[in-house]
Design a protein around this ligand. Sequence first.
Ligand SMILES: Cc1cc2nc3c(=O)[nH]c(=O)nc-3n(C[C@H](O)[C@H](O)[C@H](O)COP(=O)(O)O)c2cc1C
Length: 348
Amino acid sequence: MIESRKEDHIDICLNEDVQIEKDYWGMLKFYHDPAPEIDFDEIDTKVEFLDTVLSAPIMLSAITGGYKGAEEINSILAGAAEEVGIPFSVGSQRAAIDNQGLRSSYEVVKDHDPPLVFGNIGAPQLVKQGDKDPYGVEEALEALNMIDGDYLTIHFNFLQEAVQPEGDKKARGLLEALTVLSDKVPTIVKETGAGIPAETAKRFKKTGIDAIDVGGMGGTSFSAVEHFRIDDEHKKSLAKALWDWGIPTPVSTLECSAAVDVPIISTGGIHNGLHVAKALVLGADVGGIAGGILPYVRKGKEEVIEYLEHVIHGLKISMFLQGCVNIDELKKRKLIVTGELRDWIGTV
Ligand SMILES: Cc1cc2nc3c(=O)[nH]c(=O)nc-3n(C[C@H](O)[C@H](O)[C@H](O)COP(=O)(O)O)c2cc1C
């Protein structure tokens, strides 16, 4: 069941349009400096993130694992992350925790050495769902050991669970379970495309987590993905209505980074270096890419590397045109907020 769902998600993301229509990153504009007084070649994109040096402030966010074809995808992504020098996350490891036979699609990551490797389990699995016992420290460590991972990401995806006919909908007691887990295991919390507001970031911080990935609205919509999986007419139309439910990634990035002093990853609709640059100005430490990498994965590792280098090149152009030689300087720059984002940010 989980196996076929994971495969469906990749197929749907590749073959259907499951993106948010509005371009929230495009609603932010930089101030241009026509006389930057730096040379392009001086620009250094290196950053330190979670005590690790990265070649650039970007990462490959969680996508997959747990079915046969996922082994090649994770190998390509982890190999590319190693060569480029950026973090990599596997997708949900629930399939392999519940079925040892599916571990190889995650274990393949051990053949590569990205600067940081993140494991991944769903927040719903931290509390009892139906007759299924919750995961605890033992399962969390098992997930990390499977990939020699540095941090375990806990994804909060209740929009998806709510629209999925088979979804897990028990959320009571989760923060307490997260507190117990974070005490023993290095953890990151993330959303999967609906964003995290300031108040929830503060509640997360109290549980002892090490970082937050805002996983905002603006890129892949999981309500859209489920819309294409559902047969029932009413549920299908509800998933469509919930397509753009959530907090736009730029808003969530700004809110979380202002509210808590933990490292912030900004994932959700990041497709080029300009988007990364804008996320950094809003307070993110790293910009995460998930859906945008998929078309290149299909073509192989070299294509993924070429795309990531193109993202870094775009980041450098946005630094050059504002006279920034390093990321610290970029983070001090300003953004002009336009369009619908002005209404959102007006409510911060
Ligand atoms: C095919 C696909 C599968 C995903 N599976 C997971 C997952 O297993 N665990 C998770 O935390 N996030 C998962 N995500 C969510 C992404 O990590 C990310 O938060 C979200 O897609 C928004 O980023 P994007 O707009 O760059 O796609 C998945 C995304 C895609 C496109």
